[in-house]
Design a binder for this molecule. Structure first.
Ligand code: SF4
Length: 440
């Protein structure tokens, strides 16, 4: 019986040690999905390095490494170690697809982009020819007929109280810094609603009362979102997702989303300066609408989580300090920040390369906590300092209490705000160690 070992690498912290956690709060979907697509005669093992250790003496025949964000570099190290021991290594995922040439130095083969067609072909070649193509790149044109993910591979790990479900893949927008835009180039493929509901029922059958939709921008297809919410509502589960802030303009849709069980939504707010958003090809978001949209979403009973970028071309000392005031005023319970990072493969990378603005080509520094380019109004060093100052202020006791336990919205969902308080403490411990709180 051939065996495949899936590995999701963790990343290095500021202390040079691997980041580890007691639990995986938001486990990924890709391995359970690939496992469900794997022929039954294969043995499957999953290592999620943030909670598991990698056994380089594994008896697996094929090592499959996922590459998400900055953990890519750890993935390359793991790949090198296995190849030294004569194992066949395949890499896939966002980063391997975006920097294919570099990834191929560490892997025998790459599965680029969507794996639904490429992965079975790769497995077949491995079994029948004992030889892999260097690259499997077979884009899909529809997202349907997917099997129910092998959730048992996640539930056997120490995970939080949610399992992942996918409704669609991609995004209609093309923000220049974004890896989703880089991969999907404005495409958004949606799964048939009955298939999504089937997976949600599978999550419920395992005893889970919550799930998260790993989509990036569900509100971009309002008709689909409405249909989905109408079907989710009778299931009686709570759910969370990522979304565009525009949903704050649609009170009736917000009410439907809330009724269906939505509790936390994460929004890419990015910047409080319009010029900053415009430059990142995200000018469709209007900074003048930020506060009223956040207030509307909060009023609807949905907790706001946010992602913001520090270091857009219009950022100054003042605008970065004003970002703290923005978080204070809006009382966003779960805010996160990143230094603008021209991830290789994105339009932003090409732009900064052409403008000779990259000050480091050591991709290991591209983790969103260090400035790796020449900002317009600040030195790179000062920008990095301001980023950490902002994070420390936002995760001070005063700010944490103001945004969670003392937030007037707590009366609508006390348990949810208590949960946000605990997450803030977790984030605070990350920030104190000099790590960004993004490993959940
Ligand atoms: S809206 Fe979000 S997911 Fe879509 S391209 Fe922009 S940053 Fe990426």
């Amino acid at each position: 019986m051939p065996k495949i070992l899936f590995i999701q690498p963790t990343q290095y912290g500021a202390d040079g040690k691997l980041c580890k956690q007691k639990k995986i709060f938001l486990p990924g979907l890709v391995f359970p999905l690939l496992a469900a697509m794997t022929p039954a005669h294969w043995e499957i093992e999953v290592i999620i390095e943030v909670v598991d250790n990698v056994d380089y003496d594994s008896d697996a025949d094929l090592i499959a490494i996922g590459t998400m964000g900055y953990a890519m570099f750890r993935g390359m190290e793991i790949a090198d170690e296995f190849r030294k021991r004569g194992k066949t290594v395949v890499m896939g995922g966002y980063m391997a697809s975006m920097v294919a040439e570099e990834s191929l130095k560490h892997a025998d083969s790459l599965v680029l982009g969507d794996a639904e067609i490429s992965y079975p072909l790769m497995l077949r070649d491995f079994e029948e020819k004992s030889k892999l193509e260097r690259i499997y790149d077979h884009p899909i044109s529809k997202l349907a007929d997917l099997p129910v993910p092998r959730y048992d591979l996640l539930t056997s790990k120490p995970i939080g109280n949610m399992l992942p479900v996918q409704a669609g893949r991609g995004c209609p927008n093309t923000c220049s810094f974004c890896s989703v835009a880089c991969m999907y180039k404005g495409r958004y493929l949606f799964r048939p609603v009955p298939e999504v509901i089937r997976d949600i029922k599978a999550v419920r059958a395992l005893g889970y009362k919550q799930f998260y939709l790993i989509d990036d921008n569900l509100v971009s297809n309002e008709t689909y979102l409405r249909e989905l919410c109408r079907e989710i509502e009778p299931l009686g589960l709570k759910w969370s997702t990522q979304c565009a802030l525009e949903i704050g303009d649609k009170p009736e849709l917000l009410a439907l989303v809330k009724r269906s069980g939505a509790q936390i939504m994460s929004f890419g707010i990015e910047s409080i300066t319009q010029a900053g958003l415009d430059k990142l090809n995200k000018g469709w978001l209007n900074v003048d609408d930020h506060k009223k949209r956040i207030a509307a979403i909060t009023k609807a009973g949905i907790m706001v989580s946010s992602e913001m970028i520090i270091g857009t071309d219009s950022d100054t000392e003042q605008s970065i300090k004003a970002t703290y005031d923005f978080i204070w005023e809006t009382r966003i319970p779960l805010p996160r920040f990143y230094i603008l990072t021209p991830t290789p493969g994105t339009d932003l990378y090409e732009e900064f390369l052409a403008e000779d603005r990259l000050i480091s080509t050591d991709w290991k520094m591209y983790d969103g906590t260090v400035c790796v380019y020449k900002p317009v109004n600040l030195s790179p060093e000062r920008l990095t300092e301001l980023f950490w100052e902002l994070y420390k202020r936002v995760y001070s006791w005063k700010s944490i209490l103001h945004r969670t336990l003392l937030n007037p919205a707590i009366w609508k969902s006390p348990r949810l705000y208590l949960f946000a308080f605990v997450v803030n403490l977790h984030y605070r411990s990350y920030v104190k160690k000099g790590n960004p709180p993004n490993i959940l």
